[in-house]
Every structure is written in C-alpha cells, then in structure tokens.
Design a protein around this ligand. Structure first.
Ligand code: H2U
Ligand code: ZN
Length: 333
C-alpha cells in the first residue's frame, strides 16, 4: 500500500470522519514551551489522599482499609436517577438523562502506576471492570457502560492515586452512538465485523502495531488524531469486558502493562492520557467489537503537548507526525 508523503486526509471508519495529516510539517522550527522537570515520586500512602485506604473522602465517607480493588459511588456524580420532564420547543430540546457514576481505585498503593503494577493486579482491575459492566448492564434502564480513566493533571485527573471511573447511561453517548451506527452499517453491508476486518489488515501489515500477544493487539490507528493515540482490541470478536475469559483478562493485562510502560518511557514521564473502553450497548445489532482508545496529549516531551485548537476546533483534526512514525517509536521502546 502507498504511503502518502504530502498533505492528505485519512478516513476514520468508526466515526465516519476525516483527519488531516501533514507529514511535511515535521520539519518546521519549534520555539514553544520548554521542558520542566517532573514532580518528586509519590509516597505509597498519602494521608491527604481521598482515595487511599482508611482516609476520609470529601463528602465525609471514610474508605475501608481495602487491600485490592476498591469501588464506590462517586460522591459528585454527573449522572443520577433521572427526574423532570422534557423540553421540546422547536430547536430547543432537552431530555432527562439517568445513570450511575462509580469510582474505581486500582490498588491501595498511592504510588503505583499500571505500568509498575504486577500483571495479576491489572488482571484483578480487569475482572472488576468486567463485574461492574455485568451488574450495571443488568440494571433496568441502563443502555451502556463506559469504563474510563483520566491520568495526569494535564488531562484533568484530580489525584495521582491510580484510579478510574465508570459511568453507565440510559441513553447512548455521542461517540458510542456513532460507532454503533458505523459498525452496524459495515456488518450489514459486508457480513463481517468492521474491527475484525481492520485488525486483519493491520496484522498483515504490522507497521502500526505497537504490541501484541495471542489475545490482544495495541496499535496506532491509521486515522489517529492525537500524536501517540492507540487502540487496544481483542483478536477474537468480543463485545464487552464481561465476555473475556480468565485467560483473556490476563492477555489484556499484559498488553496494558506493556503499552503503558512504553508510554512512560517515551518522554521519561508518567504519561498522561484519557482512556476508555467502548463496549457493546444493550440490544446492539451485530458487529460491535470491544476496544479501548488511549488518547494522550503529549507531542514532543514531558511538557510539550498537542493542543486541539484553531483549525482542529473549527474545522477538522490535524496531525504532523504520521501514525506509522508514532507506532515505530512506541514499538521500539
Ligand atoms: P478524576 O480524577 O478522573 O477526576 O476522578 C475522580 C472522581 O472522584 C471525580 O469524579 C470523585 C470525583 O467526583 N470524588 C469522589 O467521589 N469523592 C471524593 O471525595 C473526591 C473525588
Ligand atoms: Zn492515595
């Protein structure tokens, strides 16, 4: 397949969108932000941390002296049991939105990162994600479960303690709604799953693959927007985290650990990102393939990030570094 060396746009089949790629701009001079040194390492237990075992949270509830994964209802949930009526007044429309918000602490250790956790600990986190998915999807009125994480102050994470969030909605969030439409349409047209077909193409070519084992692949998507964006997906067709076997969760843990270790090594820093698992919603038509997106903001060092501003906000996303070059750098680490 041809690699385009000049400005071109690439198609994102999951979102039915285009991204502008400008490899020729990699040669331009840089006079922006410069590097600062990273903060001192965190202690294993922080008496001020609202997520550490035994500590009080902001709302007053005290965390138990937990030893493994610990999950609680968010004290400041963005979603709650829905109330009130609709607004349907011409172009002014609003609807109540019901849901649940949970917080998941991966480990009692304040100082650990996923890259530094034993693989069994990550597999236990994956088992907790699966169990939360199963129980939340079984609740009446819940259509989808989003397992996600904001890591690092740059991405808005409130606390360095390793943790993530789980939000479950009554309606499909925008990004999932578009993915559902696209995956279902591809399945109807081609009789196979979009991401199964994409994975087969990527595995045959190899140039965007960052890490792989028998069950999972981490790759830089052909249509990536963020400089070091990746997608993690199971090789076998699965729709949700609670469909993974014990072995599948271990393979996922292995891939996450390797990917995150590469990220941390890239700029010798605790690599910030937003990540989330896109799981099949309730009553999804055939064709939904479980996957996670990692969207990290860093561009060229621990402090120099890509901003989604100007043309990106007003027109379309744009990148200079090619996905192939980003994948090669991550693969080699
Ligand atoms: P982030 O670091 O991704 O912001 O997640 C932390 C979540 O923890 C955040 O949604 C919740 C915040 O509402 N939280 C509590 O539920 N209790 C607290 O005592 C502080 C923070
Ligand atoms: Zn802590």
């Amino acid at each position: 397949m041809k690699m385009l060396e000049g400005a071109h746009r690439r198609y994102n089949p999951l979102q039915d969108e285009w991204v502008l790629v400008s490899p020729q701009r990699m040669r331009r001079p840089w006079q922006g932000e410069v590097e600062r040194s990273s903060p001192p390492p965190a202690p294993p237990y922080d008496p001020q941390c609202y997520l550490c075992p035994g500590n009080a949270r902001v709302g007053g509830t005290r965390n138990p002296a937990y030893a493994g994964v610990y999950i609680f209802d968010n004290d400041f949930p963005a979603l709650q049991a829905a109330g009130g009526g609709e607004v349907d007044d011409g172009l002014l429309r609003a609807q109540p939105e019901a849901g649940v918000c949970r917080v998941i602490c991966y480990t009692p250790r304040h100082d650990l990162t996923m890259a530094a956790m034993p693989q069994a600990t990550i597999a236990a986190v994956a088992a907790a994600w699966a169990e939360e998915t199963r129980t939340l999807m079984a609740r009446p009125g819940i259509r989808s479960v989003m397992v996600f994480e904001n890591r690092g102050a740059m991405m808005g994470s409130s606390n360095p303690h390793p943790h993530g969030q789980i939000w479950a909605n009554a309606c499909l969030p925008n990004v999932l709604a578009r993915e559902l439409e696209q995956q279902a349409a591809y399945f109807t047209r081609r009789g196979e799953c979009l991401l199964c077909a994409y994975l087969a193409q990527e595995r045959a070519r190899g140039e965007r693959i960052v890490a792989a084992n028998d069950g999972f692949v981490a790759l830089v998507p052909y249509w990536a927007i963020w400089p070091f964006e990746t997608m993690v997906l199971p090789v076998a067709h699965q729709g949700r985290l609670d469909e993974l076997s014990d072995a599948g969760r271990e393979q996922l843990a292995d891939i996450l650990q390797r990917l995150l270790a590469k990220y941390d090594r890239l700029f010798e820093t605790a690599f910030p990102y937003s990540m989330g698992f896109h799981q099949a919603p309730a009553a999804a038509p055939p064709g939904w393939h479980l996957h996670a997106h990692f969207l990290p903001p860093l561009l060229r060092s621990a402090t120099v990030r890509k901003f989604m501003v100007g043309y990106e906000l007003m027109a379309m996303p744009q990148r200079d570094l090619t996905p192939e070059a980003a994948a090669a750098r991550l693969r080699e680490l």
